[in-house]
Design a protein around this ligand. Structure first.
Ligand code: KET
Length: 400
């Protein structure tokens, strides 16, 4: 019955992560996937999360179905974290928020909503992109296109080309944007650049879809949400997919949120109803345990501030690793411009390494980087960074 099916080529990120685990190199380093590791190379259990887990375990509750839209306490916490305590849009009841299966689930539910509401619309995705954006929106029946984003020559933002493209889009086109810590490049817009983007979105009547999977890993919880809040304040209709996978280190619990900022509370009610209908027909309701863990941390004022401090520690460690790589490479390869390691931010850095260099890094040095050349910075730590820069110096000196 299924012999005619195409062989799945595998996922470029998950696939290489698996290959890393099969490798036996004694000094191997995993820089493939967007997972945060601490300096000991472990995926942390954040103390704030552990506290809530202990509380939940001490008082086991029946595991019933959550509502389609998720826990109320979770949804209001999403709104406070993403839109800020002082959000006018939230206060006016203009934001419809649901608990989703990670950031991915939020993107999928949002894609289904948009395809139903605007069946003629197409989506524009940054070049380069997190590959799954193409799969999710294409899979939801929305034709996919790209807008210029990354400038190879400067290893920075191709802002003018990006704006030129946005200015030409038909009205009701969907534009996928990353408010902070762009995946895969680590290159972000400044606040002034966001303000310019907002003007074009408004003038062209475009529909922004913001994917914020790394809030707090760039500059801070509030700073990283600038684009989200500025768009909501500007009165734009905007969709926001947020993920707690990374900043709460709860990847497997599948905890995220989808928020749709609307023009009025009546419109937000309509949207919330449609979101529930979409959820009901895909997976019915979100996970209970993860929902209670996240809501438990975010709704307890003490644990909430503890969490914000834990996120700062993660952010500082990534910045420290970037600094170390930059310092060591500048000594080992004086002719190589390693500035991009400290200019780009968040979890990822876009190295521009060739397929051959990446192959050699894997085979000779056990250093695993995905084929696009995207380096997941948290795989580096004080114990392995020297091996990493030695390996880079080896493959780069061959070609410089
Ligand atoms: N958006 C972006 C931009 C993103 O990088 C990820 C995950 C997600 C959404 C998914 O979030 P989640 O809450 O796990 O559903 N990125 C990493 C892992 C992956 O590919 O799924 C990565 O790029 O390595």
């Amino acid at each position: 019955m299924f012999k005619h099916l195409e062989q799945y080529a595998g996922d470029p990120i998950f696939g290489l992560n698996d290959a890393f685990h099969r490798n036996t190199h004694p000094q191997k380093i995993n820089l493939t996937i967007g997972l945060y590791y601490d300096d000991a190379g472990r995926i942390p259990v954040l103390p704030s999360v552990a506290t809530v887990q202990t509380r939940l375990a001490a008082d086991p509750a029946p595991c019933t179905y959550l509502p389609m839209e998720g826990l109320a306490a979770y949804r209001s916490a999403v709104q406070r974290v993403v839109f800020g305590e002082a959000s006018t849009a939230v206060a006016e009841g203009r934001v419809a928020t649901i608990q989703t299966l990670g950031g991915t689930g939020a993107l999928k539910v949002g894609a289904d909503l948009l395809h139903a509401a605007y069946p003629e619309s197409q989506i524009w995705i940054s070049d380069p992109a997190w590959d799954n954006h193409y799969a999710i929106f294409g899979g939801a029946g929305i034709p996919t296109n790209s807008y210029p984003y990354y400038d190879q020559a400067t290893k920075g933002l191709a802002f003018d080309a990006m704006m030129e493209c946005l200015r030409e889009l038909p009205s009701h086109s969907i534009v996928l944007l990353h408010p902070c810590c762009h995946n895969p490049t680590g290159v972000d817009l400044s606040q002034a650049q966001w303000d310019e983007v907002i003007q074009v979105l408004q003038q062209r009547r475009l529909i922004p879809f913001l994917d914020i999977a790394y809030q707090g890993f760039g500059s801070g919880m509030d700073e990283d949400a600038y684009a989200v809040r500025a768009m909501a304040d500007a009165g734009l209709t905007v969709l926001v997919a947020n993920s707690f996978s990374k900043n709460l280190s709860v990847y497997g619990e599948r905890c995220g949120g989808l928020s749709v900022v609307c023009g009025s509370s009546a419109e937000a009610d309509l949207v919330l109803g449609q979101l529930k209908a979409i959820v009901r027909r895909i997976y019915s309701s979100p996970p209970s345990h993860g929902g209670h863990v996240v809501a438990g941390v975010l709704n307890d004022p003490e644990l909430h501030s503890q969490w914000v401090a834990e996120v700062s520690t993660m952010r500082d460690r990534m910045a420290q690793m970037r600094g170390l790589v930059h310092e060591q490479l500048s000594t080992k390869l004086p002719d190589y411009d390693a500035d991009y390691f400290i200019r780009q931010r968040g979890m990822f850095t876009y190295s521009g390494l060739s397929r051959e260099q990446l192959q050699t890094l894997r085979e000779r040095h056990g250093v695993y980087i995905i084929d696009s050349g995207r380096i997941a910075v948290p795989g580096l730590n004080t114990a392995n960074v020297e091996h990493f820069t030695d390996a880079l110096a080896d493959v780069i000196s061959v070609t410089v």
